[in-house]
Design a protein around this ligand. Sequence first.
Ligand SMILES: C[S@@+](CC[C@H](N)C(=O)[O-])C[C@H]1O[C@@H](n2cnc3c(N)ncnc32)[C@H](O)[C@@H]1O
Length: 295
Amino acid sequence: MEYLEIAVPNIDGEAAEAVCELFNRYGHGGAVMEAAAPAFDRVTVRTVIPADDQARREHIEMMLALIGKALPHGLPAPQFTRIGETDWATAWREHFQTIRIGRRFVIKPSWREYTPVEEDIVIEIDPGLAFGSGLHPTTRLCLEIFETMDWAGQELFDVGTGSGILSIAAAKLGARRIRAVDIDEVAVRVAQENFARNGLADNPSLVVETAVGSAVDAGGRRWPVVVANILANILLELMPHLAAATAADGRLVLSGMILEQEAEVTAAAAAQGLVVVDRRQEEDWVALVVQRKEA
Ligand SMILES: C[S@@+](CC[C@H](N)C(=O)[O-])C[C@H]1O[C@@H](n2cnc3c(N)ncnc32)[C@H](O)[C@@H]1O
């Protein structure tokens, strides 16, 4: 079969997540991200479709236009290249690169070789399956916050785990119990695969639980660390449950909000007796760490 490659070149992580989601849904064999050296913070996202599927091409073009309108910096025009018969399933892997986040995290596709240096923490994720490739600022902010925390023997409740990237990071930093939930059962399956890929599934010193669920499904306990990287309106809705799931002296990491939503999220946390103890910002995205006042 002849294929048409569709590429959206040189975009930032936020745009890449949106385009990947579209390409994973409508592309043939999923999305491919190609990071540009040297900074790896701009990527090209590609997919292929059968060359004669004009309806699918038009649908993708229309959706890209809509995504472009919703993004603060828009999207560059997509590029179309007719390619011959190819084994897309393996050919696309060539595009994926290893990316570095924060000081220590290295996010690597499973088929790439990487030799860790010094204090590197390598997370193996197969991109393009569930949200959480590490490219989005909301994920990066959580990883940067995690790097500042002492994880030895710590316990994490990961609400909206997506690819499982934050749970894997916490486990690699020393957490000994993880509960990861997501309302999307595909995400839970992908997270489980990524946990196994990173040696979390059969580590005797680590308890890992996964479930299709949300903040109410805390496994019957309160957690020293809770993280939720979900859109602000959902954070607001879940706040009472997130607060209830957080131990008395525990910390709740909230990400997924933009600058204009920060005050509302902070107020919702305050209504549950939680105050901001740390704050990070990247572009328009904000992440907060909140804790009980009396702690
Ligand atoms: C922005 S992604 C975050 C993924 C990953 N934790 C990260 O930081 O990259 C949000 C995830 O939350 C899930 N989600 C959305 N609403 C939810 C809810 N009410 N309860 C639990 N998970 C939810 C989505 O399915 C998605 O996987």
